[in-house]
Structure formats: structure tokens, C-alpha cells
Write a new protein. Structure first.
Length: 369
């Protein structure tokens, strides 16, 4: 029998749970959080609430599983310095673009120039390999031509994110299956998103133009709300091995789940187009590793090593706050191995998860010291 609403509410922290009406998508993806889609990130409002509860104003925050940089962005918005670590090169590129400080006049000048060049037309030689398989000839040509422009600009990394976002949208995939498409979609198809027959994308130019201007607008919006004098450092490294400098006032993080998402494969188009360093073999919890006994054992050891290293960089009594759906009950063992004591375990209801998923979903907030 399903629990009553009163019973359900008695088990969850309502201050960390939101309905779709209370927190629509435009709020969950405000300013730079929407510069590039990212499956598996936690919402900024949750991070904002956790920082307010557990990390002192003006403190220094660490996220050793930094992903798309939500903790870093919200730390900057809330007046805290931050450090993020991730093994995925694309994640680090995305975080640096989100958290960098820009001369907005110079940035806008460059973006407007790029858009003018895109509007005049882009053409490059015919694509081969991955690009030929996943993109229509015209779309691949336009993406490659845009890539050829990037190095001539001061804000090349930001333009690489624009290119990656356009490349994600321009693939030969159904509109409702952009996260992990299994095969190129060549023929017209019934679209679950638009409820009609759609055709595969054959151009990229309009995405490049739209996302260039959208990225500029989001950077400008974030510049108005981020605290002055605060910064974020991003390290492309294995968080099991990294040596931290200085002390932190808290950790707010959401580790990968075992056997669920391959974060390198999620952004394969970016690795292919940008030539990024692919270190998926070092990724904790990668989907390719599955959930066998051996894979789960390796996951436990790996996460414990990361948290143990983070613990050694904390000030006395500073908390480690972990957002996780621990349905396999791995974290009691992980925390013990990391030399941490569980102080509190909060439960939150997750509303409207990314993708076409059904059913209720919950997360735990583990507070350890």
C-alpha cells in the first residue's frame, strides 16, 4: 500500500523538497546552470539551502565530485570561495566557463562578431568517422567551420561550450533522446516530445547562433548576482589522489551512482569535436562497470578514498554534506572507511527528474564529520 501524504511528509525534509509549481524548470536552470545540459546534476536551490545550513558565510567550499559545477556556482553566488575536482575533462571545461570572471564588454564584442560570421555562412570539408555518422553533412560542415574559428578569439573556452551545446542538439537523434542515443536517427519518426512526426536535424548554424547569444545573456545575468572578490578553482584530476592546498569550511557534493551514468559517454560529441582527454577508465561508478560485487567494492573503496582525502583538508568540525540516493546502503561502510561519523540523515522528495522517468524518487542528505 502506498504511504498517505501525511506519512510521506513526515519522512522528508520539506525545506529541501520542492514541487514543480514551486520550482519550475526556468528556476532550476537559472543563469549559467543552463549553459550546457548535464544529466545527473543537483538543482541549485538545494545547494543554496545546504550551503546556508552548513557552511559559514565567507567560507571556502570543496566539491570533489564537481560535475557541472553547481556547488561552485552557488558558492560564488552566496559569497564563498570554492574548489571543484572532476576526472572528466568536459566537466572541468564547463565549470571553468561558468565560474570565470569576464570583461563583459569584450565578451559581447566577440560573441557578436562570431554570430555575424555564422550568419554569413559556414562551410568546411566533408566529415568522416563519428561526425559523418551522427550528423547530416551540412550540420557537420557548420560545426567544423565554427570549430575552426574558435582559436582566434580570447574567449575560446566559452565558444567551445557553445560548440558542444550546438553539437548535442544537432545530432541525428530523436528530440526526446538526447542524453544517450543508441543509434543515429536517419528517417522521420514519431516524437514523444512534440507529439508529432519529426525529421532528424540537418543544420547546426541556427543552434550555434542561438546558443552563442543565450550563453552571453546567462553569463551577464550571473555576473550581476555573484559575490565580488570570490573565486572558484577547478582541477581536472583524480580526487582519490589530489593534494589540496589550504583548508575548507565544508564539503557539499553529489558523488556518481554506481553503474548508472557514464559521464564521458554522455558528452561524447564534445570529446570527439574538441579532442578532450578521455579518462573514463578512472571514472567512479561508470555505467560500463556495472553493479557486480567487484564493481561495487571498487566504488566503495574509491568514494571512501575521495572523502577521506577531503576530510584531511577540512577545518575542525567542518561538515561533509553528501546528496545521494543510497538504495544499496553503501554509505555507512563508505563513511566508516573514510574516517567519518554520520551526524544526520535527511530525506528529500525529488520532483520532476530529468528525462522520461515515472514514479516517486527520493534522495538522502548525509551530514558527516
Amino acid at each position: 500500500m502506498a504511504p498517505t501524504q501525511d506519512a510521506l511528509y513526515a519522512e522528508i525534509d520539506l525545506d529541501l523538497s520542492w514541487s514543480e509549481r514551486e520550482l519550475p524548470e526556468r528556476e532550476r536552470t537559472r543563469h549559467v546552470h543552463r549553459i550546457h545540459p548535464y544529466l545527473g546534476k543537483f538543482i541549485p536551490q538545494l545547494v543554496e539551502a545546504l550551503l546556508a545550513r552548513y557552511v559559514p558565510a565567507g567560507g571556502r567550499v570543496l566539491d570533489p565530485f564537481a560535475g557541472s559545477g553547481t556547488t561552485l556556482v552557488q558558492s560564488l553566488e552566496g559569497g564563498r570561495d570554492a574548489v571543484g575536482v572532476d576526472i572528466a575533462a568536459f566537466n572541468c571545461l564547463l565549470m571553468r566557463v561558468k565560474t570565470a570572471e569576464y570583461d563583459l564588454f569584450r565578451l559581447e564584442t566577440e560573441i557578436r562578431d562570431v554570430v555575424r560570421r555564422v550568419e554569413r555562412g559556414l562551410a568546411e570539408p566533408r566529415a568522416t568517422g563519428y561526425a559523418a555518422e551522427w550528423y547530416a553533412p551540412q550540420a557537420a560542415s557548420e560545426l567544423f567551420a565554427f570549430r575552426g574559428l574558435i582559436d582566434g578569439y580570447e574567449h575560446a573556452d566559452l565558444l567551445r561550450i557553445v560548440l558542444a551545446r550546438a553539437a548535442r542538439s544537432a545530432r541525428r537523434t530523436p528530440h526526446f533522446d538526447l542524453d544517450f542515443p543508441r543509434a543515429p536517427q536517419i528517417e522521420p519518426y514519431w516524437c514523444h516530445k512534440h507529439k508529432r512526426i519529426c525529421r532528424p536535424i540537418d543544420r547546426a548554424e541556427h543552434f550555434l547562433r542561438r546558443y552563442s547569444l543565450d550563453t552571453l545573456a546567462r553569463i551577464k545575468t550571473f555576473a550581476r548576482v555573484r559575490a565580488r572578490g570570490k573565486g572558484a578553482d577547478v582541477f581536472h584530476a583524480n580526487a582519490e589522489e589530489i593534494g589540496y592546498r589550504g583548508r575548507f569550511d565544508g564539503v557539499v557534493t553529489s558523488p556518481p551512482y554506481p553503474g548508472l551514468i557514464d559521464y564521458h559517454e554522455q558528452h561524447r560529441y564534445a570529446y570527439e569535436l574538441l579532442g578532450l582527454d578521455d579518462r573514463r577508465d578512472e571514472e567512479l561508478g561508470a555505467a560500463a562497470g556495472g553493479t557486480s560485487v567487484g564493481a561495487l567494492s571498487a566504488y566503495i573503496e574509491g568514494v571512501a578514498a575521495v572523502l577521506g582525502r577531503a576530510r584531511g583538508a577540512l577545518r575542525a568540525r567542518a561538515p561533509i554534506v553528501i546528496v545521494v540516493n543510497d538504495r544499496r546502503n553503501l554509505y555507512p561502510q563508505i563513511l566508516e572507511r573514510a574516517g567519518l561519523r554520520l551526524e544526520d540523515r535527511l530525506r528529500r522528495h525529488v520532483n520532476r527528474r530529468t528525462g522520461r522517468r515515472a514514479g516517486e524518487y527520493f534522495e538522502d542528505i548525509l551530514v558527516a564529520r
